[in-house]
Design a protein around this ligand. Structure first.
Ligand code: SF4
Length: 287
């Protein structure tokens, strides 16, 4: 199944967003061919930033959302029609700056949606301002004296907030990325995947990532053990420290009640239900 569109691609040539796009296209095509998904039953949501162009390049139903509002939009779609597989794409600025409250509440409420963050550690579309995951001392066009604060750690944050699927992958390893995205789609609950994505124009971490990444699975990590997973989450602090190693893979995974299961939703999607309009009651207020 070809999920490409005819839209002209405007990412910088060589951008690692191409890897994420291809990985997503291949995973969804495979799931469609295996009859585990139908193209019409997949809905995507994007925010604002370089990642947002995924909306233009993926031949799937969706909603090109507002900055930082990918998660509430995705939850709304899921509650409206729980049969859909809903996949949100956000940037690190989009998700962890503007959208941080939505992110934390989603980890806690556990809606059955996937959230893929293109984490290039800068606001790339607006020429490289710092985001919450930018490393300390980073200098950019709008930050000549360097960032003064430590980056946040989205993996530890998601786990602390109760996320039921927490993973990290990287656009420098497409095979690993595909495997992680597939596992996230197959998980029932809020599936968060932080994808380390070098921005070759404003934050080119490609060689650092390639050198420092290691696969949790190959080290026998058990994603059901919360305490061990949390220790792993703290192993790398989103810096470019040569002494550190970067674990990638599924840190933590548990099956727990989703938001939709808690909500006792009607059998039909909400948009097919007849609304009862009680005009008499409404007019009684107007006197
Ligand atoms: Fe990719 Fe960075 Fe160019 Fe955006 S600015 S398209 S993230 S290389």
């Amino acid at each position: 199944m070809n999920l490409q569109t005819k839209a002209q691609n405007t990412w910088c040539p060589g951008c690692f967003n191409f890897v994420i796009l291809t990985a997503v296209q291949e995973v969804i095509s495979e799931l469609i061919e295996e009859k585990k998904l139908a193209q019409k039953d997949v809905a995507i949501v994007t925010g604002i930033g370089c990642h947002g162009k995924m909306f233009d390049y993926l031949n799937l139903n969706g909603f090109y959302g507002l900055h930082g509002r990918v998660i509430p939009t995705a939850i709304g779609i899921k509650l409206g029609n729980p049969k859909l597989t809903v996949i949100g794409f956000g940037g690190d600025g989009d998700t962890f700056a503007e959208g941080i409250s939505h992110f934390l509440h989603a980890c806690n409420m556990n809606p059955d949606i996937v959230m893929i963050v293109h984490d290039n550690q800068v606001f790339a579309l607006t020429t490289g301002q710092m985001t919450p995951t930018t490393e300390k001392d980073y200098k950019g066009p709008s930050l000549p004296s360097g960032k003064k604060t430590e980056p946040i750690n989205p993996i530890a944050l998601a786990m602390s907030a109760g996320a039921s699927f927490v993973a990290r992958s990287s656009a420098v390893d497409k095979k690993h990325l595909k495997r992680t995205i597939k596992e996230a789609i197959n998980h029932k609950g809020f599936s968060f995947v932080d994808v380390l994505q070098p921005c070759i124009t404003f934050h080119n971490s490609a060689s650092y990532l390639s050198k420092h990444i290691y696969d949790l699975k190959k080290k026998g990590h058990n994603p059901k053990n919360f305490n061990k997973a949390f220790q792993k989450a703290l192993e790398w602090n989103y810096s470019l420290d040569e002494k550190l190693h970067i674990p990638v893979g599924v840190f933590y995974k548990e099956r727990r009640k989703t938001l939709e299961e808690d909500f006792s939703l009607p059998k039909k999607p909400w948009y097919l239900l007849k609304r009862k309009n009680n005009y008499k009651r409404l007019f009684s207020f107007l006197g």
